[in-house]
Design a protein around this ligand. Structure first.
Ligand SMILES: Cc1cc2nc3c(=O)[nH]c(=O)nc-3n(C[C@H](O)[C@H](O)[C@H](O)COP(=O)(O)OP(=O)(O)OC[C@H]3O[C@@H](n4cnc5c(N)ncnc54)[C@H](O)[C@@H]3O)c2cc1C
Length: 420
């Protein structure tokens, strides 16, 4: 008889575990507390801008091998778009300087010797001194490992780490920064091509995975929140969903792929990260011109990245905690003025705030400090049929789609190896 695997949480960690397990050997049931799948990676219809938008702009890189394999499996890889080569245009809003980082495809970083392809005002030697970040003391912060100042820092290291770690880089874990740099810059341009879900996160990632799972007999139960688990003889014996109590057979397993605060309330004695950082996104219904790059990095402004989508310009501000209390319209106006300047919009467009929305995700990711990183548990638990998934488990990566999917794959592998 196939074993039943209950996956709690339909974020990317839970869904990727489900993809790995939805085979003849397992009966997969995904239980999701809310009315939608996708967790922190979702699309919704927004009445203010009058279109379907994502809760936040999500960037993948071509080196995110687990994420790309996931997309290939569910038949959705073609929905990601990006340039043919690893190119990142940047604009310094204060000085007006603009440049495009162009990495070499291979690992040999010849671009650092080419003033037209590296950060303006830097020398090749500056890049070599940053290599210290590749083999850091894992207990230290980025600020304790490298000098967080100068043109190379503000033109490359700061925007890269701010986006990947979602924390002001000097406070960030050097171990997590090293993992990011090893898998991106140090792996060469082939690993650094930026990729975005142009038509939205739901049509690219979530709807195809739900179709894939349903076609393989998996059940997706929305609005089905796990309230408590009953533990017995070092295993989970039953799941309590409030309106329904599910007893587990000896061979059955549970993958708990919920956020850390939810996991801590369900599993006794679990140590989890308890500090978070916000991400703020501003969406404007304004059709970008054909010359607007799909992704533009902005320096010396509130805006950090401008994404161009069909009919819409969207801005991401990572580690945006300082903006949580700013009145929404004030924030929209500040960011729109920066977007208008960066996109060189005509004066009347700049003065006229288009339909907008501000989405503030307070607990977008755990705070990627060395202290919080140490609190991340592995996938195994003290209970033999319970494993953990989620971007906050100890994946060795910051909280990203790639980390979430790797954690789901790992959880699925552990369940497959469990003795009935
Ligand atoms: C605004 C924003 C921008 C981001 N940008 C990027 C980016 O550019 N690139 C990138 O790689 N990553 C980005 N991320 C991070 C990425 O979204 C996350 O790492 C990833 O989605 C986490 O997936 P997860 O499955 O671990 O967790 P979640 O998505 O949080 O999924 C957990 C699920 O569990 C459900 N749940 C909770 N409690 C229960 C319960 N008791 N019973 C049943 N279900 C429950 C929740 O409702 C949720 O659906 C961003 C995140 C945000 C918020």
């Amino acid at each position: 008889m196939p074993r039943t695997v209950h996956i709690i949480g339909a974020g990317l960690a839970g869904l990727s575990a489900a993809v790995r397990l939805a085979t003849a050997d397992h009966r997969v049931i995904v239980h999701e507390a809310t009315a939608f799948a996708g967790g922190r990676c979702r699309s919704y219809h927004d009445a203010s801008v009058g279109m379907t938008i994502d809760n936040g702009n999500h960037l993948l890189l071509s080196g995110n091998h687990a994420a790309l394999e996931f997309l290939r499996t569910i038949g959705s890889e073609h929905r990601l778009i990006g340039p043919a080569a690893a190119e990142f245009p940047f604009l310094d809003l204060k000085s007006g300087a603009h440049w495009t980082l162009r990495f070499d495809d291979g690992r040999l970083p010849l671009w650092i010797f080419d003033p037209r392809r590296r950060v303006p005002g830097t020398r090749a030697l500056d890049y070599i001194s940053m290599a210290r970040l590749l083999w850091p003391n894992p207990q230290k912060t980025v600020g304790e490992t490298i000098a967080c100042k100068g043109a190379l820092y503000s033109g490359l290291i700061e925007p890269l780490l701010l986006a990947a770690l979602n924390i002001d880089p000097p406070q960030g874990s050097a171990r997590l920064a090293a993992a990011v740099i090893r898998e991106t810059l140090a792996a060469g341009g082939r690993a650094c091509r930026p990729l975005i879900a142009r038509d939205g996160l739901a049509p690219t990632l979530i709807e195809p995975v739900l179709d894939y799972l349903r076609s393989r007999g998996a059940q997706i139960r929305l609005e089905h929140q796990l309230r408590t688990m009953r533990f017995e003889s070092r295993r989970v014996a039953a799941l309590d969903f409030g309106d329904e109590n599910v007893a587990l057979a000896e061979a059955d397993a549970v993958i708990l792929a919920v956020p850390p605060y939810a996991a801590a309330s369900l599993v006794p004695g679990l140590t989890v990260p308890k500090e978070f950082r916000a991400i703020v996104n501003a969406h404007f219904r304004y059709a970008p011109s054909a010359s607007q790059p799909p992704i533009l990095g902005i320096i010396n402004a509130t805006t950090q990245w401008i994404f161009a989508f069909p009919g819409r310009l969207s801005v991401t501000v990572s580690a945006g905690d300082a903006l949580l209390d700013t009145p929404r319209e004030q924030l929209a106006r500040t960011i729109w003025a920066e977007v208008a300047q960066a996109a060189a919009l005509p004066a009347e467009a700049a003065a006229d705030l288009p339909p907008w929305q501000i989405v503030r995700e307070r607990r977008a990711t755990f705070a990627a400090t060395p202290e919080q990183d140490k609190r991340r548990p592995g996938a195994r638990t003290a209970w033999r049929n319970l494993v953990l998934g989620g971007d906050w488990t100890n994946t060795g990566l910051p909280a990203t789609i790639e980390g979430a999917i790797r954690s789901g794959n790992r959880a699925a592998a552990l369940v497959s190896q469990m003795q009935p």
